[in-house]
Design a protein around this ligand. Structure first.
Ligand SMILES: Cc1cn([C@H]2C[C@H](O)[C@@H](COP(=O)(O)OP(=O)(O)O[C@H]3O[C@H](C)C(=O)[C@H](O)[C@H]3O)O2)c(=O)[nH]c1=O
Length: 180
């Protein structure tokens, strides 16, 4: 696996190394030893699969509050996404900054999102499917988020919104002090 740190400290792009032969390839998508060697968490509390319908679907922005703050590792298995992560960490020099990463089923790339980040994505193809593992169990009581178009961040999404949950469309304006 090839590890590349992203501009927001703690976030990484991980590329699978495909071992090819006449049948196709075998590639490692996760390895506790390699993750630990780069200081990434090896805790896996859950692995989820998400299927989306129309191109342009948005899920997010989400995060879980402590003590259920979670690290997430995303991989697209069908279609493509424009994934956005936002640094919400109090005291971080890049606080409230966001970056985007495109992931698709062919590129063999994974996105590692550490605790303290809001995260969401927009699909770039119909019927996009992804799998992601999280380091803490799902805890609705500790779930929080903000609207993908929250003026606090100015996230530049590539497509018109084709589908979004009422919850994600209805988050209140983000208040920086909330995460202080
Ligand atoms: C995350 C999760 C959700 N659910 C249930 C709760 C809802 O009934 C339904 C949809 O969940 P929700 O709309 O809250 O979340 P998504 O829009 O699917 O977002 C998820 O996928 C994006 C990419 C994220 O990064 C979020 O962390 C994750 O919550 O699945 C569960 O039962 N277990 C779980 O672990």
């Amino acid at each position: 696996m090839k590890f590349t740190p992203l501009p927001l400290a703690g976030a990484w792009l991980i590329e699978m190394e495909r071992i090819r032969d006449h049948r196709g390839f075998n590639a490692r998508a996760w390895c506790a030893e390699e993750m630990a060697a780069h200081g990434l968490t090896t805790r896996i509390a859950q692995v989820n699969v998400i299927r989306n319908g129309p191109r342009g679907t948005i899920r997010g922005m989400h995060y879980q509050r402590p003590p259920f703050a979670e690290t997430k590792l995303f991989r697209v298995t069908r279609g493509a996404i424009f994934d956005v992560i936002v640094d919400l960490r109090a005291g971080s020099p890049t606080r409230l900054q966001w970056i985007s990463v495109e992931l698709n089923a062919e590129d063999g790339r994974l996105l590692y999102v550490p605790e303290g980040f809001g995260q969401g994505f927009q699909t770039l193809a119909d019927d996009t499917e992804l799998t992601y593992q999280v380091s803490a169990p799902y805890s609705p009581a500790h779930g929080s988020g903000f609207r993908p178009d929250d003026p606090a961040f100015g996230i530049d999404w590539p497509l018109p919104v084709a589908a979004i949950s009422d919850k994600d469309a209805g988050w209140p304006d983000f208040k920086a002090e909330v995460m202080a």
